[in-house]
Ligand binder design. Sequence first.
Ligand code: CUK
Ligand code: CUA
Length: 634
Amino acid sequence: MMNELNDDDLQTVIEEVEVEKTSRRKFLTSTALVGAGAAAVPMSAAMFASTAQAQSAQGCEASVHPGDLDEYYGFWSGGHSGEVRIMGIPSMRELMRIPVFNTDSATGWGLTNESKRIKGDSAHLLAGDSHHPHMSMTDGHYDGKYVFINDKANSRVARIRCDVMKTDKMITVPNVQAIHGLRVQKVPFTKYVICNGEFEIPMNNDGKSSLEDVSTYRSLFNVIDAESLEVAFQVMVDGNLDNTDADYDGKYFASTCYNSEMGMNLGEMISAERDHVVVFNLARCEAALKAGQYKTFNGNQVPVLDGRKGSDLTRYIPVPKSPHGLNTSPDGEYFVANGKLSPTVSIIAIAKLDALFDDKIAPRDAVVAEPELGLGPLHTAFDGKGYAYTTLFLDSQIAKWNVAEAIQHYNGENVNYMRQKLDVHYQPGHNHTSQGETRDADGKWLVSLCKFSKDRFLPVGPLRPENDQLIDISGDVMKLVHDGPTYAEPHDCMMVHRSKMKPKKVWTRDDPIFAETVAMAEKDGVNLTADNKVIRKGNKVTVYMTSVAPTFGLNEFQVNLGDEVTMVVTNLDMVEDVTHGFCMTNHGVQMEIGPRATASITFVADKPGVQWYYCNWFCHALHMEMRGRMLVKA
Ligand code: CUK
Ligand code: CUA
């Protein structure tokens, strides 16, 4: 197996890539040709099958035939759609959508009482911007339990429970604006979720302290308890924060900082040649917290530690220039900060951080290499075999490079750490390797989340899809194998082997997501799995109703005009995949009720007369007949 490429080999690689490009162009002009170049074009099912044969002849496993299951679950953020998507890898089939910060018509997320309780103080917000989905870990391995995701738009963090693939907790992080980078503690387990407050604001942002004095603006690093989803503590820093990651020792977190200048406009923000990576010392932060060395702001009780320059809790490592992504290598050796406005990435040796915190070395001494990769490095992924893959936004390429050799080169040795630059289409932001942010990085797949698709798909009007590309990295040469159009805007993704996941097939009746609704029924003396009852308290009416395909437990119920009606619907079907819906026509009321689940929704009966409700999840041959009447007396 050829692992090291010399310059001649590299030239061959580049030529191969050029040949691929040319044959792709030929393909685009002559549709009859389903040849070698087909791997790089959007595929129909038939083409997928035919190239799959060609590829399996070369040992590539990109094909997943109809009925076959994928090897990996992918969790994709949905950007300003506010959701999370589950993808199958390598087929790149979208398996499911998980509404999180958005409002979802199909499931009633944001409309149901259960989802409103989970959203808590932000139940009234109907929009969000999800960026970074990351799974909880135990000893640096995905544990299949939770996926955490940030909402940059409304400074929130949410948790998805992976047994049911639903959002089960959400918090609005106080004292900050725009939660951006988010990761989890990897070792010994995900006790904490870490995330960055991006935009700097006055610490007491009450409109009474100075709005103009920029020197009082701060941004905070946030440490959130993964189980309670409460903020454990925050750390005040200099500059603002962008992306973050954790080490594999349970000791350090690191965040990139752009705008160390604290500029308030573009020109000011990009004037400095260097910004920095802030490293947080977890043990010291926890000790300071215990010792009561914190302040509180804005009338809440969240402890804020002081990690500004000169603090014992943090170290500031200067790196060029407006760095963006921050990625830990799966061997636990390095933090890699991606230069964005610099063509370089900065490699920080985690083994040197003890000495840095003991002031035995200078901050820059922790930087062990700064390989030059190309224009606009944003994010780096790893294959667990010593190679790194960095997205080059401006060059529209992925650079594959050797980490050890980049360090040798930095030390003056004459080695070429660059292995290959693969064209992607176009302008990639994040990339991610299969299990690449864990100890189980397996070097099989790389996904490039390209921000622009331009000419890759049929035109669909001025708004175009983005393009998530699947790249086979199992060999010495990266091979593009699939284009996947996506809707706004997967920023980040992660891929977890299916062996780690144990999703449920039907709900269990004691699920905490609808526990409060069950408790309410008990108070009303209602057995949700047996009773169909209408309970009136003043002008508040609660309708308890069962559903078994193809009927609701009530064919009709009566209310008065202006009543506040709460529908509580329980699905008694035990059959996998038989989900019912409840929709009250003309009232904007819709929700999903999964097998064995209870869901509830509240609305005002503000229309007189006969109002039909119906099941809107296709459940039975007589699904159309699954309906009933709300009789509204004026
Ligand atoms: S960010 Cu969007 S491309 Cu929010 Cu992780 Cu880098
Ligand atoms: Cu029940 Cu459709």
